[in-house]
Design a protein around this ligand. Structure first.
Ligand SMILES: Cc1cc2nc3c(=O)[nH]c(=O)nc-3n(C[C@H](O)[C@H](O)[C@H](O)COP(=O)(O)O)c2cc1C
Length: 413
């Protein structure tokens, strides 16, 4: 049986074990810089035994943000990110920066252009909440500019001390807006077939890899499938994975689902739609969550390892390192994925619930996460305290409760 506690090498980086904390937006950022809460949180996750933690959802530019208060790796924020990296390294873990561009998935009003850019023009489904009704198709020049922004952000991540970058290509953000036929209607060489749709994301991968690949591991998070009518299938997911492998990805993290069409598939369980609607001020935003609720299959029930069947198909088709993600809640689940040939497992909610989880698995192989996949942590993300598990008082460090209560919003130095 595979040993989940054995080291794994990803590009130039070796992790002490096979557990990776997934990018799960902490919402502990102010003025685009990490807060002390973020330092404490990732320090606690590292102390909890993880091989590598991931700092979620760092935008490659101000226009690449989804949220007003979202991290951006620029000259001013590098020392603050370094504080998070130092806290993680002090506990013996590695740290990855998830880097992203929102495309048209923008929930704030500070865009520098009247219309958000995306793979294709059309109705701006997220922008309507902000009074932006249409999005525009990216030009080739803009694609080159965004590629450079990903490269520059990866360079700054290296400068800040990150061991890895994970390029976000899933869930409906800009690079996924190219990969998915739901949002890519282009007529040029970047649209049409699955090979064409992944061309721009693969260019980004190759450029980032060339710039930082000798110093950092370069990962991509990509959709196995969109699980929505007319969306990317697993067969097309294999095409995507092969293209990213050819572009030099050190590891692919396999996910599924889209924020608008099939958010339930990201989590494998229904969302607390009513809670989420309540957290929004605008009528359109409230309506959006009602639509998401209506789109969720009525029979949907959480099951552990809910993406394993689809992920196995990609495992059989590519040679590059793959990380299994989706409902890992026990050591047994992790070992099943490793025995199937995955090189690591990635966890989000189980670690939001309990940052000590990996140490608990080591102490007691039968230990099972107490996460019930209710997704109320996702609703909490929109509150002033940032992401936490409403089921528990934080079991690790009582100080985190204070931080989660939003009392401490002090920049790292
Ligand atoms: C509160 C919360 C925030 C999340 N934010 C992000 C994010 O910023 N980037 C991302 O790629 N996925 C995000 N996700 C999705 C997770 O990374 C992961 O794909 C999903 O939760 C399934 O993994 P799990 O079953 O281990 O929770 C988030 C999940 C949660 C619960």
């Amino acid at each position: 049986m595979a040993d989940a506690f054995s080291p794994v090498t990803i590009g130039p980086v070796t992790l002490r074990n096979r557990f990776i904390r997934s990018g799960a937006n902490e919402m502990m950022v102010r003025d685009c810089k990490p807060t002390q809460s973020l330092v404490e949180l990732h320090g606690a996750i590292a102390r909890g035994g993880i091989g590598m933690t991931t700092l979620a959802y760092i935008a490659v530019s101000m226009d690449g943000r989804t949220f007003e208060h979202q991290g951006v790796l620029n000259a001013a924020s590098v020392p603050h990110y370094r504080a998070v990296c130092d806290a993680v390294h002090a506990e013996g873990a590695k740290i990855s920066a998830q880097i992203t561009h929102a495309g048209s998935f923008v929930q704030h009003k500070s865009l520098s252009t009247p219309r958000a850019m995306s793979a294709s023009a059309g109705i701006d489904q997220m922008g309507v909440m902000m009074g932006r009704f249409f999005q525009r198709e990216m030009t080739r020049e803009e694609m080159k500019k965004v590629t450079q922004e990903f490269v520059d952000t990866a360079e700054r991540a290296a400068e800040a001390g990150f061991d890895a970058v994970e390029i976000h290509m899933g869930h409906g953000y800009l690079l996924n807006q190219f990969i998915s036929p739901l949002s890519n209607k282009r007529k040029d060489e970047f649209g049409g077939s699955a090979e064409n749709r992944v061309r721009f994301p693969a260019e980004v991968m190759a450029a980032v890899k060339q710039a930082v690949g000798s110093r950092m591991a370069v990962l991509a998070k990509m959709n196995l499938m969109d699980s929505a009518k007319g969306g990317q299938t697993v067969a097309e997911g294999i095409v995507t994975a092969k293209a990213l492998e050819a572009a030099g990805a050190d590891m692919l993290v396999l996910t599924a689902g889209r924020n608008i069409e099939s958010v339930w598939q990201i989590f494998g369980s229904p969302m607390p739609y009513d809670d989420l609607a309540e957290m929004q001020s605008g009528l359109f935003a409230k309506l959006q969550f009602k639509i998401l609720k209506a789109n969720t299959p009525k029979s949907l029930k959480f099951s552990e390892m809910y993406l394993l069947d689809a992920a196995r198909q990609v495992r059989a088709a590519v040679n590059t390192k793959l990380a299994y993600l989706g409902g890992v809640q026990s050591l047994k689940g992790a070992e099943t994925a490793l025995d199937d040939g995955f090189d690591a497992v990635v966890m989000a909610r189980a670690l939001v619930h309990d940052p000590e989880l990996v140490n608990r698995f080591r102490a007691d192989p039968e230990h099972h996460s107490g996460c019930i996949a209710c997704n109320r942590c996702v609703a909490a993300m929109y509150g002033p305290a940032g992401t936490y598990c409403p089921l528990v008082d934080n079991p690790v460090d009582p100080r985190l409760n204070k931080i989660f209560a939003g009392e401490e919003i002090e920049h790292a130095t």
